[in-house]
Write a protein that binds this ligand. Structure first.
Ligand code: DCP
Ligand code: MG
Ligand code: MN
Length: 344
């Protein structure tokens, strides 16, 4: 992710910790995953902290900042840099991070390429034939820069304002909204997340709408490439991923996700796809503590988990809320938060 546009009193620390986090994000171990999670929480806390940090104890007092990170903050204050960045920024991490910017390339592939001698995107382009890139990876390589840059909020809005009327012309009863960072009010968006559903009236649903919409968007030259097409268009719950662009010269390709959900799941889906991911994690944890289970379909009660492995559900339970976000907040005992407040 690119640095945030707005600055905060501790921007220098935020930038350095973010750089360190991105290095860990490119690395393959569970330990690295955990570090990314913990740095992201800390970075968020620092961003929201209103005063410049001056001491170790002050840093420790911030919720989300642990002792180890507080020491890193002190190092940045005292020396202006963070040695750990240099230590983590090895050739393999830098190269594999670059490779993982290719849509469809994961850590395993990236490390395998590095092991076979590839070091940069030109190496990948030169060896393309031998690497047996998937169609999606080819697209990812071709539009590397576009896909790896964020769009201004205004551009997401303009693209949505073209898509929405096309969708409504197919079925005026559709509910269609933008989710993700856009709904949270962010100034820039990594992609456009669109949610589609429809109340069931006289047996009519949004079933079969998505393929027709995709066709229209392709002919309108809004959708340019498909990355993931659902295999059964008859389902009410579908995920489409692709690239789109404004129909004007010089417009960049932008990532777009279109999600369809059954009307009954609307609230749970709004909640999930609005995020952010850390907020979702906190909500799921809250549900779990209360003996419930939360996902993009709804809030479930009576979930029985395997005592030896909490990840395994012995019984799925019954759905108790899913139609509105409000009811889910209420049952979880979480005070209502507007989308722009849903960070933590
Ligand atoms: N989401 C999640 N966990 C994930 C991925 C997604 O909870 N691993 C949810 C929360 C996200 C939402 O889906 O807010 C949309 O996912 P995006 O990856 O599009 O993330 P954002 O829209 O929040 O940010 P960006 O601007 O980078 O797209
Ligand atoms: Mg998004
Ligand atoms: Mn998305």
């Amino acid at each position: 992710r690119e640095p945030q546009l707005s600055s905060c009193p501790n921007q220098d620390m935020v930038d350095k910790l973010q750089e360190l986090m991105e290095l860990h994000r490119a690395k393959p171990t569970e330990d690295d995953n955990w570090r990314v999670f913990s740095y992201s929480k800390c970075i968020r806390a620092l961003r929201n902290y209103p005063k410049p940090i001056r001491s170790f104890s002050q840093a420790c007092s911030i919720r989300g900042v642990g002792e180890k990170t507080a020491r890193k903050i002190m190092e940045i204050i005292e020396t202006g840099s963070l040695r750990r960045i240099k230590y983590e920024k090895t050739e393999d991490v830098e190269a594999t991070k670059l490779f993982q910017g290719i849509y469809g390339v994961g850590r395993q592939t990236a490390f395998a390429w590095f092991a076979s001698g590839l070091r940069n995107l030109d190496d990948v382009r030169a060896r393309k034939g031998g690497l047996k890139l998937t169609t999606v990876q080819e697209i990812g390589l071709k539009f590397y820069d576009d896909i790896n840059s964020r769009m201004p909020r205004e551009e997401a809005k303009r693209i949505f304002e073209i898509i929405q009327p096309i969708a409504l012309s197919l079925d005026g009863g559709l509910f269609i909204e933008i989710m993700g960072s856009f709904r949270r009010g962010k100034a820039d968006c990594g992609d456009i997340d669109i949610l589609i559903t429809r109340p069931t009236i006289n047996g009519k649903t949004h079933q079969g709408i998505l393929p027709r919409l995709l066709e229209r968007l392709h002919s309108a030259k809004i959708l340019t490439e498909d990355l993931a097409i659902p295999n059964n268009f008859q389902d009410l719950e579908l995920v489409y991923r692709g690239l789109c662009k404004l129909p004007e010269p010089g417009a960049k390709r932008r990532r777009i996700d279109i999600l369809c959900v059954p009307w009954e799941s609307k609230g749970a889906a709004l909640l999930y796809y609005t995020g952010d991911d850390i907020f979702n994690r906190a909500m799921r944890l809250k549900a779990k503590v209360l003996g419930y289970s939360l996902n993009q379909r709804g809030l479930y009660a009576g979930v029985v988990r395997d005592p030896h492995d909490q990840q395994v559900k012995v019984c799925d339970g019954n759905i108790i809320a899913s139609e509105t976000e409000e009811e889910i907040f209420k049952i979880l005992g979480v005070p209502w938060q507007e989308p722009h407040e849903r960070v933590r």
